[in-house]
Design a binder for this molecule. Sequence first.
Ligand SMILES: [Fe+2]
Length: 187
Amino acid sequence: VDGVTPLSSALTAGDWRPLPPEATELLTAETVPPRLAAHLRVVHDVACQLVEWLPVRVDAEAVLFGAATHDFGKVLHVEELSGPGHEHEEAGYRLLTSAGVEERLARFARTHASWATTPVDLEDLLVSVADKVWKAKRVQDLEEMVVARLAGDRPTWEVFMELDDELTRIAAGADERLAFQSAYPVS
Ligand SMILES: [Fe+2]
């Protein structure tokens, strides 16, 4: 078959929603580990579900682009695909901005792991949540920060329960996402 590679498969296979075209373009231009592309597909799909559920208005384009590219720096730090490390964050931000991506869309490469230490917007928190709940990981501090942004005049507990229901629903798809992602090689 003409031109089917593990990378192109990771970018198109499965029921996960397609990445924004500009993100797909960036991922095709670099030597991207197929595992990374598959990871970005599933986190982006979760971010789409979160944005559709969200009871308030956000910069959805930024959230979805951010989810689709948050780990882009792992093209330079492949070891961080299978192990811990934060080198990919600044590296990803620099790669994206030097490719002409504007700050509003590139920032998630930096912010997706720094929500506990740096003031960030709701959009950044949503990408961070998507990057956890795709594998059914729940982070209470992070979820409480999201609830605080969503609550407005409503009782916090009520909003917390609604978010919890949605995250529980999304988390139920974790096995399928994990199987898809791990089917693709790291290099
Ligand atoms: Fe990630």
